[in-house]
Design a protein around this ligand. Structure first.
Ligand code: NAG
Ligand code: NAG
Length: 224
């Protein structure tokens, strides 16, 4: 009886610890180059793996982070992704980088990576960056001005931002502890939904006149 209880307890513990693991699972082979075609593939919690004997340098390589992205847009920002879609060799490894470029006074608006923490390195310029804790810690703003070479960390799932406060371009490099971090920007996901959320409800939630909500919905959906 005791043994059975122990075994059940142990199984529950193992289950709990596997549920608590929120990044890519530990990899079971040297390499698992992602392929989109399941034919000849092995299924893992990510993408299918190419036959490991066919691993080549090109699957672990990306040249796109060396040059700035075009920042001529409303927010004056450009993010160049280098996740498992661009580097299939990242599959199952629990890591991925990206590059962000900012025009003078450009910004990455408040946004969230639901599945990863981010470590952020300034390549050039001066950025005001920060994140906000959840209501567990009273929505506290944790923010700082960063110069070239400085590093900042954005914890998983918390809303964070970067504003270029300089008159010059800025650029940064980020690494996230997952192969595909995901991203959502609340301004877009609230006001730019398809179809629109009832403006009366959003007005109440955001302390806004429903007419202003309608105007915001119009701008976020039709791009303004
Ligand atoms: C980001 O830069 C790339 C390369 O210059 C460009 O193709 C892309 O359209 C830009 N994205 C945005 C949102 O401006
Ligand atoms: C949160 O911070 C505000 C402003 O400092 C304070 O008035 C309030 O009591 C705090 N609430 C909690 C739950 O700590």
């Amino acid at each position: 009886m005791k043994v059975i209880q122990f075994l059940i307890g142990f199984a529950l513990l193992a289950l709990a610890s596997s549920l608590a693991s929120a990044t890519d699972p530990g990899h079971l082979q040297d390499v698992c180059v992602a392929i989109n075609d399941p034919k000849d593939g092995v299924f893992v919690n990510g993408k299918f793996c190419k036959d490991p004997k066919l691993a080549r340098a090109k699957y672990f390589f990306f040249s796109g982070l060396g040059k700035p992205g075009n920042t001529a847009n409303r927010l004056g920002v450009n993010e160049t992704d280098a996740n498992v879609e661009q580097i299939p060799g990242l599959n199952t490894l629990g890591i991925s980088p990206f590059r962000i470029d900012y025009a003078p006074y450009g910004q990455r608006p408040p946004h969230i990576h639901p599945r990863a923490s981010e470590i952020f390195l300034v390549l050039e310029g001066t950025l005001y960056v920060g994140f906000v804790t959840s209501d567990q810690l009273n929505n506290t703003l944790i923010a700082k001005v960063l110069n070239k070479g400085y590093v900042f960390v954005f914890p998983q799932g918390l809303i964070h931002f970067q504003f270029n406060i300089g008159k010059t371009n800025a650029a940064a490099y980020s690494a996230l502890n997952i192969q595909f971090p995901g991203e959502f920007t609340p301004a877009n996901t609230v006001f730019g939904t398809h179809p629109s959320i009832n403006p009366d409800f959003l007005g109440k939630a955001f302390l806004l006149d429903p007419k202003i909500v309608k105007d915001l919905q119009n701008k976020f959906i039709n791009g303004n």
